[in-house]
Ligand binder design. Structure first.
Ligand code: HEC
Length: 166
């Protein structure tokens, strides 16, 4: 251990070691900052994720509407689910590249969600609560069907396996 009693002669090598150590530390910091940035670039969330989060909120609003008998709220949110936005073209190409030969299936699942959301909206328009509930169950099933098949591989592919749940 170094103490204040160390001779001046021994200070010089100590100083050099300290400089070298802090240089190594700085290099390590830069290296880890770079790999952190790379990781982040790869894991930038897809526009699809935001679209999905909005769908989740619309579904919650529909359940609120059902509980309150607020059919306008149900109808409005069912329309938002049916006509949800598409990801931008560049992202669509990335998704297409990943989904590949399963594209037909992926699109048909999206079509099923669209059809069931329209059924919820029509029932809400008639103020037919029972029909809304039945259609809503089918709508939830349509979300679930796509998730159970595509969500995990999507997340693994676009964000890395560590984020893959479900
Ligand atoms: C055609 C396929 C498909 C359909 C249909 C679908 N989803 Fe998704 N959903 C995905 C994929 C793929 C992801 C993963 C996206 C990501 O993590 O970037 C996802 C992720 C999500 C997430 C998680 C978002 C997050 O923050 O990680 C929610 C919430 C969600 N979907 C809600 C819904 C709801 C509600 C419906 C039905 C109304 C629905 N989805 C229908 C494919 C689909």
């Amino acid at each position: 251990m170094r103490t204040l009693t160390s001779t001046p002669r021994r200070h010089r090598p100590f100083h050099k070691t300290a400089v070298a150590a802090s240089l190594i530390a700085a290099m390590l910091a830069i290296t880890s900052a770079t790999s952190w940035a790379d990781e982040n670039a790869v894991a930038a969330p897809l526009a699809l994720r935001k679209i999905m989060q909005d769908l989740g909120k619309n579904m919650q609003a529909i359940t609120v509407g059902i509980s309150r008998g607020d059919w306008e709220l149900v109808e409005k949110n069912a329309a938002l689910v049916a006509e949800h936005p598409q990801p931008p073209l560049g992202e669509k190409m990335r998704i297409l590249g990943f989904v590949g030969t399963n594209m037909g299936k992926y699109k048909s699942y999206d079509g099923e969600t669209n059809a069931q959301a329209q059924a919820v909206g029509k029932s809400a328009n008639r103020h037919d609560g029972q029909a809304v509930i039945l259609a809503f169950q089918k709508l939830q099933t349509s979300c679930y069907t796509c998730h159970s098949e595509f969500r995990k591989p999507f997340v693994a592919h676009f964000y890395g396996t560590k984020d893959a749940t479900q």
